[in-house]
Design a protein. Structure first.
Length: 288
C-alpha cells in the first residue's frame, strides 16, 4: 500500500483527511481506493496532453482495473494495491467503469445544456465514489446506498459552486446553460468573472438542489449504519460548512477570497466527529 498511502498523504483532499477516523484496515483500503480515483482524475486533467492521449490513458486504466476485479495481474502499482481491497470488499468493476466514464466526460464536455446532463456527471464522479466507499465502511441496511448517492451529489454540487471561477479559467462551465439563459446570463459573463444579482439567482438554483441532497442524505442514513459512516459524516459536515460559507457570500466566488475551510477548522470538525462517534451520538449536523 506504499504508493497509495503516498498519494493520499500528498493530497489536500477533505476525503483523505476523513480517513483518520477509520480503523487501520479500512483506512488503508480507502487510501487504495482514493489513490485510484486520484490517478484516473489526473489522467483526465492533464491538459498538456491531447484529448486522444488522455482518452487512451483512461482506456488503459479501465482495462487494468478490470484485471484487478477479475483476479488477473494489473500492471499499475495502484491497481495492484487496490486488488486485495476489491477482493475483500467485493467492489464491482461496473462502479470503476462508471467513474472512468465520468472522467471521460471531462475530456470533451465543457458545457452542460441541462441539469439532467449535469446530474449524470455528478453521479459518475461523486456518487459512485460514495457507493464504493460504503462497501469498505460496511453497512447493513440497503438504504445506505441511497445515502451515498444523495451525499455524493450534494458534495459535487458544492464543489461546482465553489470552483466556478477556476473552472471558467479552463474554459469550463458546469452550470446548466438552459438555467444560465433563464437567469438572463451569457456564457461570457461566467468566463469573464462578472458577478451580478442574476448570477446570484442562478447559483441559488443549484444551491437549492445541493441543500436538498444534504437534507435527503441526513434523512436517509439508517440509524444502524451511522457509526460505520463516521468518515462520510465528517465529510458531510466539512462540505456543509463550506456550502454555508458560499451561501453567506451569495456565491460570489469571483473575489480574491478562497472559499475553503482552514486546516484548524477541519481538525476541529474531525475531533467533534470522533467524539460523537465515541459517544454514539447521531452526527447529522447538515442539511438543516
Amino acid at each position: 500500500m506504499q504508493q497509495s498511502q503516498a498519494i493520499t498523504r500528498n493530497s489536500a483532499s477533505n476525503l483523505a483527511l476523513a480517513f483518520i477516523l477509520l480503523p487501520k484496515q479500512k483506512r488503508l483500503a480507502m487510501s487504495a481506493l482514493y489513490a485510484f480515483c486520484r490517478e484516473v482524475d489526473d489522467v483526465a486533467d492533464e491538459e498538456s496532453h491531447s484529448i486522444e492521449r488522455r482518452r487512451s490513458g483512461l482506456a488503459v486504466w479501465r482495462t487494468d482495473v478490470k484485471l484487478a476485479c477479475d483476479g488477473g495481474q494489473p500492471q499499475f502499482v495502484v491497481n495492484q494495491e487496490l486488488q486485495p481491497v476489491i477482493r475483500e470488499f467485493k467492489l464491482p468493476f461496473d462502479f470503476f467503469d462508471e467513474l472512468i466514464k465520468g472522467c471521460e466526460m471531462d475530456l470533451t464536455t465543457l458545457r452542460y445544456q441541462t441539469y439532467e446532463e449535469l446530474d449524470l456527471y455528478c453521479h459518475r464522479v461523486a456518487s459512485v465514489v460514495g457507493l464504493l466507499s460504503i462497501e469498505i465502511f460496511g453497512y447493513t441496511n440497503p438504504q445506505t446506498r441511497n445515502y451515498a448517492t444523495h451525499l455524493g451529489k450534494a458534495l459535487q454540487l458544492t464543489n461546482i459552486l465553489r470552483d466556478v471561477k477556476s473552472d471558467s479559467k479552463r474554459g469550463r462551465i458546469y452550470l446548466p446553460l438552459d438555467e444560465l439563459k433563464a437567469a438572463g446570463m451569457t456564457e461570457d459573463e461566467i468566463l469573464l468573472g462578472v458577478y451580478s444579482e442574476r448570477y446570484d439567482k442562478l447559483a441559488a438554483t443549484i444551491a437549492a438542489r445541493a441543500r436538498d441532497f444534504y437534507r435527503r442524505a441526513a434523512e436517509t442514513l439508517p440509524a444502524e449504519d451511522r457509526r460505520s459512516m463516521v468518515a462520510a459524516q465528517m465529510m458531510a459536515s466539512v462540505y456543509w460548512r463550506l456550502f454555508l460559507k458560499l451561501e453567506r457570500a451569495r456565491f460570489n466566488v469571483f473575489v480574491p477570497e478562497t472559499f475553503r475551510l482552514s486546516k484548524p477548522h477541519k481538525l476541529a470538525l474531525i475531533a467533534r466527529s470522533w467524539m460523537r462517534h465515541a459517544l454514539n451520538i447521531p452526527s447529522q449536523d447538515y442539511g438543516q
